[in-house]
Design a protein around this ligand. Structure first.
Ligand SMILES: CC(C)(COP(=O)(O)OP(=O)(O)OC[C@H]1O[C@@H](n2cnc3c(N)ncnc32)[C@H](O)[C@@H]1OP(=O)(O)O)[C@@H](O)C(=O)NCCC(=O)NCCS
Length: 191
C-alpha cells in the first residue's frame, strides 16, 4: 500500500506473536511521542502492557501493524521493519464502541502512515460490528487531532475528559464514506 506521501508500507493484522516487535518499536519512540501516547513519561513498555496489547481475542479487539518492506525486520520476519500500529479494545459501557490508539515511530511520522493505519482500523472495526471508535488525546497533539478530523471525529464533551485532553469519537459508517476507493483496498486485508 502507498501512503499519501508516496511511502510504500506493508500492513497486516497484529497478532499474539508481535510482542518482541512491539518492544523494539517502542525503543524507537522519542520522549514526546511516548508522552503523547501514554500521557506520562514512559522509560520502558511494561510487560503487562505488552501482554494487554497482544491479547487480541474477543469482540472489539483489533490491531493493525505497519512495516517498511524496504528495511530489514528487527525480529527476523519477512514483513520488514515495524513502523507503526493502530489498535482498539472495547470500553466499559457500549459494546459497539471501542477505544483506539495509533502510534508511528518517530522516523516515519508525517509520512501518511498514521492516516492509513487509522483508516484500516476503522474499516476493520466496522466489519467487526462496531459503530464507533473513540480516543483520548492531549490538546497539544495536533497530528492526532488532525487524523481524527480527517475521519469526521467529534468531541465527546459529555464524558468530561481529563483537563488538557480531548475525547474524540469517530462514527465508522460516516468515516468509511470519506475514503473513496481506498476502502475496498483496506477491506481486502480482512478477507
Ligand atoms: C499522532 C501520530 C499517530 C500521527 O501519525 P503520522 O503518521 O505522523 O500522521 P500522518 O503522516 O498520517 O499525518 C496525518 C495528518 O496530520 C498532520 N500532522 C502529522 N503530524 C503533525 C504535527 N506534528 N503537527 C501538525 N500536523 C501534523 C499531517 O499533515 C496530516 O494532515 P493531512 O491529512 O491534512 O495531510 C504520530 O505522530 C504518533 O505516533 N505520535 C506519537 C503517539 C501519539 O501521539 N498517538 C496518539 C495517541 S491516541
Amino acid at each position: 500500500m502507498t501512503t499519501s506521501t508516496g511511502l510504500v508500507v506493508r500492513l497486516r493484522r497484529g497478532n499474539a506473536s508481535d510482542a518482541d516487535a512491539l518492544v523494539l518499536g517502542f525503543e524507537r519512540l522519542g520522549s514526546e511521542s511516548r508522552y503523547h501516547r501514554f500521557f506520562t513519561p514512559m522509560p520502558s513498555l511494561p510487560a503487562s502492557m505488552v501482554a494487554q496489547f497482544t491479547d487480541l481475542d474477543g469482540p472489539g479487539r483489533l490491531a493493525i501493524a505497519a512495516f517498511d518492506p524496504a528495511k530489514p525486520s528487527e525480529v527476523g520476519s519477512a514483513d520488514g521493519l515495524g513502523i507503526g500500529v493502530a489498535r482498539c479494545a472495547p470500553g466499559n459501557t457500549d459494546v459497539r464502541a471501542a477505544e483506539l490508539a495509533v502510534t508511528v515511530v518517530d522516523d516515519y511520522q508525517g509520512c501518511g502512515v498514521g492516516r492509513v493505519l487509522l483508516e484500516v482500523l476503522v474499516v476493520g472495526a466496522l466489519r467487526g460490528g462496531l459503530t464507533t471508535l473513540y480516543g483520548h488525546v492531549l490538546t497539544e497533539n495536533t497530528g492526532m487531532i488532525r487524523l481524527f478530523q480527517r475521519l469526521g471525529g467529534r468531541d465527546q464533551h459529555h464524558v468530561r475528559p481529563e483537563p488538557g485532553t480531548r475525547r474524540i469519537a469517530i462514527d465508522l459508517e460516516a468515516a468509511v464514506t470519506t475514503m473513496g476507493p481506498r476502502r475496498a483496498l483496506y477491506a481486502s486485508l480482512f478477507g
